[in-house]
Design a binder for this molecule. Structure first.
Ligand SMILES: CC(C)=CCC/C(C)=C/CC/C(C)=C/CC/C(C)=C/COP(=O)(O)OP(=O)(O)O
Length: 427
């Protein structure tokens, strides 16, 4: 979740060991993959926390619409399949998950009047073990997502620990298909990873890192669905390297990044005085995940192509007079620039959608989210500054720009939700 802020430095072997700690003997492929946390980061391999189509013009014209359930932009709620039948779009399907997550939070608000962290049930000896488990998560987060980690220090102790635990689980999941041993991963290994997830949600964690997440999900209204969906994204990545249209790419982006937004909101918390609906805050969180992923895809076009992957809507490429061959050849032409301009415009729309929700988060959670949003969005500016050469130039935000972004993010985080109608008075 924090990837937009990963200022990654030399990964450390000890931390790698945490990631493979306690894997079942029969899951040697998971063990091999999980234990290889380091390689990809140093070598800057393609990350899953990285990697979108829609009938382009239609997409933009629909963007200001809203569906009947909230302020979620209906980008493509109904789409026609090649046979001309109308099908439910990925966005609509994903929105159902958003509604479910929001309902869980509302349920808790109704019963307790606030989003409360359940107290620790202290069984002698277990508290220190749990502290140790969270401490390991903290170390991983501090090592791999330095700036985000600093941001989490502004959160309440319970929230920050929970964010670390979620971060570590996402990172481990990502490593299964993006780590150095990714070529050994099979759908069966992902199935095993999913049953481990179910176990930890049922209070039966397999290892210490799982134990921290198990504790987190018992304390916060976090649902299993986004976690399962992230694993689904990994399955998709194993079998798919082309996306027919934006609808398909949107679903992929939801799986691998939008899910992170949905996992984070129940922990980050919504400002008790927020006037926004819970659904709209979840929609913004989802939009931030999608925006980050689209940006990541646009930044990494060349790197992905070298792995035989094209995470761009094939129909839009075709409409622009481009093909996979143009991408593999890496030629920056006017056709490519025009295509890229549209893709960048779409990613920015998702960032705009995300912005609406940041101000609704609880005050202590806003700063890290603003910082990650501002920094990741700047990658799009850098792609433009590179004259759209994302084949051989990696767009990155300079240290100086990052440093400037932090106080800007801090200043924005001071602006919260409107104070007129406290959220508890809303239905
Ligand atoms: C906006 C509201 C209401 C809440 C915030 C909810 C959150 C935290 C959303 C963030 C979702 C997120 C960070 C998803 C990960 C997306 C992504 C593309 C990560 C990139 O990961 P890496 O590929 O490791 O990054 P780099 O390659 O840039 O290091």
């Amino acid at each position: 979740m924090s990837c937009a802020l990963l200022y990654i430095v030399s990964p450390n072997a000890e931390i790698s060991n945490f990631l493979s700690y306690g894997l079942p003997d029969n899951s040697s492929s998971i063990r091999a993959l999980s234990s290889s946390f380091d390689g990809r980061i140093k070598g800057k391999k393609k990350s899953r926390w990285s990697s979108f189509s829609l009938n382009s013009d239609l997409k933009y014209s629909c963007l200001s619409g809203s569906n009947n359930a909230g302020n979620f932009p209906v980008l493509s709620s109904l789409i026609a399949n090649p046979a001309g039948e109308i099908a439910i779009s990925s966005e609509q399907r994903v929105y159902d998950v958003v509604l479910k997550q929001a309902a869980l939070v509302k349920e808790q608000l109704r019963s307790t009047g606030q989003i409360d962290v359940k107290p620790d049930i202290v069984v002698p000896g277990t508290l220190s073990l749990m502290n140790e488990a969270y401490d390991r998560c903290r170390e991983v987060c501090a090592e791999y997502a330095k700036t985000f980690y600093l941001g989490t220090l502004l959160m309440t102790p319970e929230r920050r620990k929970a964010i670390w635990a979620i971060y570590v689980w996402c990172r481990r999941t990502d490593e299964l298909v993006d780590g150095p041993n990714a070529s050994h991963i099979t759908p069966t290994a992902l199935d095993r990873w999913e049953s481990r997830l179910e176990d930890l949600f049922a209070g039966r964690p397999y290892d210490m890192l799982d134990a921290a997440l198990s504790d987190t999900v018992a304390k916060f209204p976090v649902d299993i669905q986004p976690f399962k969906d992230m694993i689904e994204g990994m399955r998709l990545d194993l079998k798919k390297s082309r996306y027919k249209n934006f609808d398909e790419l949107y679903l992929y982006c939801y799986y691998v990044a939008g899910t992170v937004g949905l996992m984070s909101v129940p922990v980050m918390g919504i400002d008790p005085e927020s006037q926004a609906t819970t659904e709209s805050v979840y929609s913004s969180a989802l939009a931030l995940g999608i925006a980050n992923q689209l940006t990541n895809i646009l930044r990494d076009v060349g790197e992905d192509a070298r792995r035989g992957r094209v995470y761009l809507p094939q129909d839009e490429l075709m409409q622009a007079g481009l093909s996979d061959e143009d991408i593999f050849a890496g030629r920056v032409t006017d056709k490519w620039r025009n295509f890229m301009k549209k893709q960048i415009k779409r990613a920015r729309m998702f960032f705009d959608e995300a912005e609406k929700g940041v101000t609704q988060l609880s005050s202590a959670s806003r700063w890290p989210v603003w910082a990650s949003l501002l920094l990741y969005r700047q990658i799009l500016d850098e792609i433009e500054a590179n004259d759209y050469n994302n084949f051989t130039k990696r767009a990155y935000v300079s240290k100086a720009k990052k440093i400037v972004a932090l106080p800007v993010a801090y200043a924005r985080s001071m602006v919260g939700s409107s104070r007129t109608t406290p959220r508890l008075l809303k239905t």
